[in-house]
Design a protein around this ligand. Structure first.
Ligand code: SF4
Ligand code: SF4
Length: 179
């Protein structure tokens, strides 16, 4: 079966420590002001019955990626395992993909191309986990192949309730938030 990389983010375990963000910045030499992943906080309910959800966000590696459709040069493309990637040598920095992404997952690198999360494909193809997954001290992040029913991410999605962000976009995001 065709590999389909995905990530589960456990919003119960995440404490918003930013270790994933720092690990990503270091691993991928993300410049100052740019982010491939970030922490979102959302307050739910009404006083005094309030709760807060903290979650680590990144590109959703959408199965129907509007960024790829919008890219006029083919720089944004679907790579191995459904990972959405940018070929730097083809990117003109026109920002059409940034406008088309409902998740704010892309930024312009100072060198002129658009950059974003790659699920650390350079590590994954060597049998290693993405840097954020390896670093998370609370094990909030689980990465793997949805085509493998025995992968930890497949098992988690069978056993836990989850949501995706902005499902109405029609992008079919592949990052799942466990509640
Ligand atoms: S490293 Fe883990 S606990 Fe810390 S913010 Fe990232 S996902 Fe949350
Ligand atoms: S989250 Fe944005 S950048 Fe990532 S695949 Fe989806 S549309 Fe493209």
């Amino acid at each position: 079966m065709t590999t389909r990389f995905a990530m589960a983010v456990d919003t119960v375990r995440c404490v918003g420590c930013n270790a994933c963000v720092i690990a990503c910045k270091t691993e991928n030499a993300v410049p100052e002001g740019g982010f491939r992943d970030w922490i979102a906080q959302e307050v739910h309910g009404a006083f005094p019955d309030l709760s807060m959800q903290i979650r680590s966000e990144r590109c959703n590696h959408c199965a129907a990626p509007s960024c790829v459709d919008a890219c006029p040069t083919g720089a944004s493309h679907v790579a191995q395992g459904g990972v959405v990637a940018v070929a730097r040598n083809k990117c003109t920095g026109c920002k059409a993909c940034i406008a088309a992404c409902p998740y704010g997952a892309r930024y312009v690198h100072p060198e002129g191309y658009v950059d974003k999360c790659t699920f650390c494909l350079h590590r994954v193809t060597q049998g290693r986990a993405p840097a954020c997954v390896e670093t998370c001290p609370t094990r909030s992040l689980t990465f793997g192949d949805l085509a493998d029913p025995d992968s930890p991410v497949s098992r988690l999605l069978r056993s836990r309730r989850f949501t995706v962000l902005r499902e109405e976009s029609g992008n079919r995001p592949q990052v799942f938030f466990l509640a």
